[in-house]
Design a protein around this ligand. Structure first.
Ligand code: FES
Ligand SMILES: [Fe+2]
Length: 357
């Protein structure tokens, strides 16, 4: 069960090349992405309404997709515009189209009622093209439900245990962080403050700290149902981080979009952007360690999913679960609201479609 009326990241922009097609299962739906002649993205159901062949077996031409089986052609709205060998195009000959938007190097897709698609709900993250920031991104296909990834991001006490090779620091510092959780307009925000803590390896590798310990902060913003933006920073201990004097800080923006593929698999789009600080930056400011960090999380949630498959209950709550619980409640409320107010999303066509003659 997924929230349908929401923007999800369907692809990184560079995954959809001009003239090519990208087929991807999102929320259980086969979706075909391609680009129109003006470069803007389009998305159709990846299933021909004639005999069900995925349209991704066909080809893109003149803003349309032609099926690779019997040549029916569909425009960007999903309407069939050509049936080879006959003049008449049956009204039922169409496939679903999805609203898509391209923002910040990502292609967002609205998986619910197109009439409800609201561009203001797209989460902004403008770091990909900025020369001020080093940027790295990737997508991992994770064998776990998307909410296990959200849980992971909302409770960063795991950092000291899971990521001690990279961004960790000491487990104690993370567990004792001063933490505040509150509801926001579109989700949940968790703020964590870790004064006077041991700098982790990946921080020392890129930034020249002048004190042996550092003040760290983490601000985690959940945008329901499946995006988490994380802002973190670190400065020399006692030099004004809490008062906002952060010019010398090592800053990091993480973006995480955990788009469900199925109930137990997730397209995990992640990216990281790190600031350059004049006189404090070391080396090439590479972000390669992020690949390790995110694969460490992948290993954890996949093992967790396998364990929960064997035995879902019982589970015990602890204090640091506050952000995770608030995020899950938000998603549950959206699901309830959709169940009460939204007509079911167009069902899959029957296996014996209306005649096409
Ligand atoms: S299955 Fe697509 S045209 Fe026949
Ligand atoms: Fe993590």
């Amino acid at each position: 069960m997924f929230v349908r009326n929401a923007w999800y990241v369907g692809a990184w922009s560079d995954e959809i090349a001009a003239g090519a097609m990208l087929s991807r299962t999102l929320l259980g739906d086969p979706v075909l992405f391609y680009r129109l002649a003006d470069g803007s993205p389009a998305a159709l159901a990846d299933r021909c309404c004639h005999r069900g062949l995925p349209l991704s077996h066909g080809r893109v031409q003149d803003d349309c997709v032609t099926c690779g089986y019997h040549g029916l052609t569909f425009d960007r709205t999903g309407a069939c515009v050509r049936v080879p060998g006959q003049e008449r195009i049956p009204p039922a000959a169409r496939v679903r189209s999805y609203p898509v938007r391209e923002r910040d190097n990502m292609v967002w897709v609205w998986m619910g009622d197109p009439a409800s698609a609201d561009d203001t709900l797209i989460v902004s993250h403008p770091f990909a093209q900025s020369p001020e920031w080093t940027f790295l991104k990737d997508r991992y296909l994770v064998q776990a439900n998307y909410q296990l990834i959200t849980d992971n991001l909302m409770d960063l006490t795991h950092v000291g245990y899971v990521h001690n090779r990279t961004i960790g620091g000491t487990p104690q510092a993370h567990s004792e962080a001063v933490s505040r959780t509150r509801a926001t307009e579109h989700g949940v925000r968790v703020e964590r403050w870790m004064p006077d803590s041991v700098p982790p390896p990946s921080y020392i590798a890129v930034h020249e700290f002048r004190t042996p310990r550092i003040d760290r902060w983490m601000e985690i913003e959940f945008f329901a149902p499946a995006v988490v933006r994380i802002h973190t920073g670190a400065m020399d201990t006692g030099t004004g981080a809490r008062e906002g004097l952060r010019d010398d800080a090592l800053l990091f923006w993480g973006f995480n979009a955990q788009t469900p593929e199925t109930e137990t698999t997730t397209h995990y789009f992640w990216s990281g952007a790190r600031s350059h600080v004049a006189g404090r930056s070391i080396g090439e400011q590479r972000l390669d360690s992020l690949r390790i960090t995110f694969s460490e999380d992948k290993d954890i949630v996949e093992a967790q999913q396998a364990s929960l498959n064997r035995q879902p209950e019982p589970l015990v709550m602890i204090a640091s679960d506050g952000g995770m619980v608030a995020a899950r409640r938000r998603v549950a409320a959206m699901l309830r609201a959709e169940a009460e107010t939204v007509a079911p999303v167009e069902p899959a066509p029957a296996s014996a479609p209306a005649a096409l003659d």
